[in-house]
Design a protein around this ligand. Structure first.
Ligand SMILES: [Zn+2]
Ligand SMILES: [Zn+2]
Length: 236
């Protein structure tokens, strides 16, 4: 959440006119006289701005979810390592790649797939993508939510994890710093001297990647969200 004043400054107050956010007076306010009313109005404006910003950020997130699908379409083709390195695809996949860093990527993917424990409802346990995206799931009309299709398979099997590790190896420093920063911003704290020196341990990163995140109206995980964010940020 940004500073409210920054938001007001950035978007202008007028833009929020007519947006009904409150249906009742916040109970924290004790309105007895004119001064209180003025304060209440200010308070209300602040909350209105916050609410509009939140709604806006949710639709921005919804666009990011769409973007994730686009990225999966792109990254499912050919070798993820060669895509990350901007090298021409020579008709191999990641397991057949002999390029620089390929072995590190293969090891990373193998380790991750062995260790990861996706949080419940954070996505498909096979491919890591939101259940809204993966074809192994279908909407459960009767009970809400998602259920496994009888004959469903992941249309982007392995793509997310291979793409993330390819990016990680290709942009080692930048991606490492990015992840450390994002982890710190959630709730990860440095506990040991080695972490102080080298950042979070692989085990912690893997656990963190598997955490559930509400994202643009879908249930997802840190890996999906941070993958999109890094790609966007670095204009990859
Ligand atoms: Zn390759
Ligand atoms: Zn899947």
């Amino acid at each position: 959440m940004p500073d409210v004043e920054e938001v007001v400054e950035e978007y202008g107050v007028e833009e929020y006119e007519g947006v009904e956010v409150w249906e009742s007076t916040p109970s924290s306010l004790n309105i007895q006289n004119e001064v209180d009313w003025i304060e209440f109005d200010q308070e209300r404006l602040i909350w209105r701005v916050r609410a509009v910003w939140l709604a806006g950020s949710q639709s921005r997130e919804a666009l990011e979810v769409e973007r994730l699908v686009e990225l999966m379409e792109e990254w499912k083709v050919g070798c993820q390592r060669c895509r990350a390195f901007g090298e021409p695809d020579e008709g191999h996949d990641i397991w057949g790649c002999r390029g620089e860093g390929a072995e590190a990527i293969q090891m990373g993917v193998t380790l991750f797939e062995e260790k990861v424990q996706w949080a419940r409802f954070s996505g498909c346990f096979e491919c890591g993508l939101p259940q809204d995206i993966c074809h192994r799931f279908e909407a459960n009309i009767n009970q809400g939510g998602w259920r496994k299709r009888v004959d469903g398979t992941c249309q982007y099997a392995g793509v997310l994890v291979r793409a993330v590790f390819s990016i990680w190896v290709r942009f080692a420093q930048a991606f490492g710093d990015f992840i450390e920063g994002e982890m710190e911003q959630s709730d990860w704290v440095v506990k040991t001297a080695s972490e102080e020196d080298q950042g979070p341990e692989m085990e912690d990163i893997i656990r963190w990647f598997g955490r559930k995140v509400q994202w643009g109206g879908v249930e997802s995980n840190e890996m999906c969200v941070r993958f999109c964010k890094f790609i966007e940020q670095e204009k990859i």
